[in-house]
Write a protein that binds this ligand. Structure first.
Ligand SMILES: [Zn+2]
Length: 378
């Protein structure tokens, strides 16, 4: 059985018959269309298919993306009775339903996540009637894997034909950029720049992940992401909603990003009706008062808000040259009031104690509610 699966089909076998993207591809990836097909074996995870017994010398089955049982055939362990696969007749909420289902088998299968994402993106692209013709007209008959893996090249070549509704396309980012430029033109520079970072140790997230044998957040991206969004949605009113801690909000803009290891964070720009005057609203000090709130806040500041320099990140200029000073300005000088530094270049916050010189500025209420690293700058 192993032998039959491991046997690599001869490339010539596909040359004339195939019309779409072959998975696995040898070194050739052909134009993808609605008739894409998937071939069992080789690069698709072996254990998924070890139940597919192929008699010696037979070719692997071909599955077409238009097959109504595609998912069940590729992921028999997720669809053991062979039914319930995605089909074009099902609505766009299908994958959301799968991933958020009480039964977590789909959410916790890494390969299924990529498959669902790929399926979703393709469907979104194919909704535009002119896309298949446009992309096929611009594309050489055979695209090599090397060409596609050259990110810059493939991005420039294939991304620009996609509309702005396709997340990550050139048009998508251009639209976002233009939105922001228009806001700055209309409203002037934002009054606040706030960043919120995820915390793997959030008590509520740990409770959610405790249902698994291995509760590491990195192993459960769907639960972790879903929780992050819920927490962010619940804090929005405090940030830029009607009950904003910063006062009356004129407008806001935000963008959610993933760090290299996948941890999510949000960058927000906030425009206010009136400038922030109070030093209480953005602080760069470890609270020293003895009431319960201040004591808890002081622990959070020590846990999340202390900047410890990392050589690779802090001591490199924008051009990649080594520097002797942390490019984020840490440690800051002690000072009694907020204001610009001597050169008038950098806005600095009140830091009265030597312990405050590495504190990243924060808003006490947002930090308390978010319970993870934040950065608030005006
Ligand atoms: Zn640093």
């Amino acid at each position: 059985m192993e032998k039959a699966l491991a046997k690599k089909p001869a490339e010539s076998q596909y040359k004339n018959k195939s019309k779409g993207l072959i998975i696995p591809a040898d070194n050739i990836i052909k134009p993808s269309k609605q008739s894409d097909h998937y071939v069992l074996g080789n690069s698709i995870r072996r254990e998924v298919h070890s139940t597919t017994v192929l008699p010696a010398n037979t070719q692997p089955d071909r599955l077409y993306s238009s097959d109504n049982n595609l998912e069940a055939n590729i992921f028999p362990h997720l669809f053991p009775d062979g039914s319930g696969s995605w089909s074009r007749q099902k609505n766009g909420q299908y994958h959301k339903h799968r991933l958020l289902h009480l039964d977590r088998r789909w959410a916790n299968d890494k390969l299924y996540l990529f498959f669902a994402f790929d399926r979703n993106m393709k469907e979104r692209i194919l909704k535009y009637p002119n896309i298949p013709t446009m992309s096929n007209a611009n594309r050489p008959a055979n695209v090599t894997a090397k060409e596609v893996s050259n990110t810059k090249n493939s991005y420039d070549k294939y991304s620009k034909v996609l509309p702005a509704t396709v997340t990550g396309s050139k048009a998508f980012w251009r639209k976002k950029w233009l939105d922001l430029v228009a806001m700055v033109r209309q409203l002037g520079p934002a009054d606040l720049f706030v960043t919120l970072t995820a915390n793997d140790s959030w008590k509520e997230l740990k409770t959610i992940l405790s249902q698994y044998d291995n509760p590491q957040s990195i192993l459960h991206p769907v639960d972790t992401t879903e929780y992050f969004f819920k927490r962010f949605n619940s804090i929005k009113p405090l940030l830029f909603g009607s009950s904003s801690v910063f006062g009356k909000v004129k407008d806001h803009w935000y963008r959610i990003e993933a760090q290299n290891r996948g941890a999510l964070h949000v960058h927000c720009l906030i425009w206010l009706e009136s400038k922030i005057e109070s030093e209480q609203l953005i602080s760069a000090q470890i609270p020293t008062q003895t009431d319960i709130f201040s004591k808890q806040l002081a622990t959070m500041v020590r846990d999340f808000q202390i900047h410890n320099c990392r050589p690779n990140r802090c001591f490199r200029s924008a051009k990649g040259l080594a520097t002797t000073q942390c490019k984020y300005g840490f440690p800051y000088k002690q000072r009694e009031t907020d204001g610009y530094d001597e050169e008038g270049m950098r806005y600095e916050y009140k830091r009265t104690s030597i312990n405050d010189t590495r504190v990243v500025p924060y808003n006490p209420y947002i930090l308390y509610a978010w319970n993870a690293h934040i950065m608030s700058n005006k």
